[in-house]
Design a protein around this ligand. Structure first.
Ligand code: NAD
Length: 347
């Protein structure tokens, strides 16, 4: 039994069986110390229900630190709609599950605000919003802050610039060699931004359909198995978590690693291994906060303001600078420095 279930550390966990769908939906609220908890809802199949609950507990805790380090007046929460093995939720049944989830969100009376995550579309969020007002990142035409992915990509870009300034002496990306792993919503947008900044790209995705648009940017395409050890200065993991482990790190050639993927380290000890190899790894939950920074604009102002969002997302660069300064000062890893900031802000 791992720590998430053995020792609860959360303010509130709601698990309800929905009257319409018969499916379980979960809302986990890790912390509201800095404000209402914010985090997306994941529609996912798990081998057993403990894993679904564990995911909600783990992800909501991560959101607390992400929001705290970004300086937001938000806490950490997460929603899960538990899909039975072998089933794909479609049509009326999908709608029923989303309405049921809306009731679970509403039962927290604003202590949890939901948004999009894996398996959930903007249209799905509109269904949830039929039941509860505590829904963020609705499409712009519905008054929300819209797709967070381009903002996440902007935050990754500015983080890479600051990390390059530290390691190579300049934030200018002209001619800098950068590998992007995963060209989805965030990675694809990041690749366009990097190309526009003059970087030389090496990219991959398990979806071959991403190849032509990437090559149109001038990027070199490699097989997914070759991306981590690509001969580049910067690596941006933008696919799945867990890619940096005991085997991958010694093979890395990049001196800077900063990307959007959540939970890039197989375990926290990998942060020390990266440092021992002279690699500057900027913690994922700092780098990829652009999406929630954008959502926070909508929540704090009670309406959306794109110029404010851009300024706030660009400020992630300052946060990275502070973390790297404190890491140097205290002779610790950037991960330890970021966690120290989160703990300070959470009192
Ligand atoms: P996405 O699903 O749109 O894109 C992921 C891409 O990675 C897909 O194109 C997929 O084919 C590819 N991929 C999967 N496994 C791969 C592999 N082994 N090698 C190469 N490519 C692989 O997801 P996204 O919204 O772009 O998010 C990317 C990552 O960033 C995720 O880990 C997500 O949790 C994290 N993240 C996203 C946001 C956001 O705003 N979308 C915010 C914070 C964190």
């Amino acid at each position: 039994m791992d720590r998430y279930l053995a020792t609860l550390d959360h303010e509130e966990v709601v698990i309800r069986r929905g009257a319409r769908s018969g499916l379980y939906t979960i809302v986990a609220i890790h912390s509201t110390v800095r404000g209402p908890s914010l985090g997306g809802v994941r529609m996912w199949t798990y081998a057993d229900t403990r894993l679904a609950l564990r995911d909600a507990l783990r992800l909501s805790e991560g959101m607390t630190y992400k929001a705290a380090v970004a300086g937001l007046s938000q806490g950490g929460g997460k929603g899960v709609i538990v899909v039975p093995p072998g089933e794909r939720l479609e049509g009326d049944r999908r709608r029923a599950a989303l309405l049921d989830f809306g009731e679970t969100v509403d039962s927290a009376a604003g202590r949890y605000v939901t948004a999009e995550d894996v398996g959930v579309t903007p249209d799905d969020l509109l269904v949830v919003a039929e039941i509860t007002p505590h829904v963020s990142a609705l499409p712009r035409e519905h008054g929300g802050s819209g797709d967070p992915s381009p903002w996440t990509a902007l935050g990754v870009l500015v983080s890479i610039e600051v990390a390059c300034e530290r390691v190579f002496g300049t934030a200018d990306l002209t001619g800098r060699t950068v590998a992007v792993m995963g060209l989805g919503h965030v990675g694809g947008d990041l690749a366009r931004r990097l190309a526009a900044a003059g970087a030389r790209l090496t990219v991959t995705d398990i979806d071959e359909g991403r190849r032509a648009p990437a090559e149109a940017l001038g990027a070199t395409w490699v097989a997914p198995s070759d991306i981590l050890a690509a001969d580049v200065e910067v690596l941006a993991p933008c696919a799945l978590g867990g890619v940096l482990d005991d085997a991958a790190v010694p093979a890395l050639r990049a001196r800077v690693v900063a990307g959007a993927a959540n939970n890039q380290l197989a375990d926290a000890g990998i942060a020390d291994l990266l440092a021992a190899h002279g690699i500057l790894w900027v913690p994922d939950f700092v780098v990829n906060a652009g999406g929630i920074v954008n959502i926070a604009v909508e929540l704090v102002l009670g309406g959306y303001d794109e110029a404010r969002a851009e300024a706030d997302v660009r400020a992630i660069g300052e946060t990275v600078r502070t973390i790297l300064d404190e890491a140097d000062r205290d002779a610790v890893t950037p991960l330890a420095a970021a966690m120290a900031i989160a703990r300070r802000r959470l009192g």
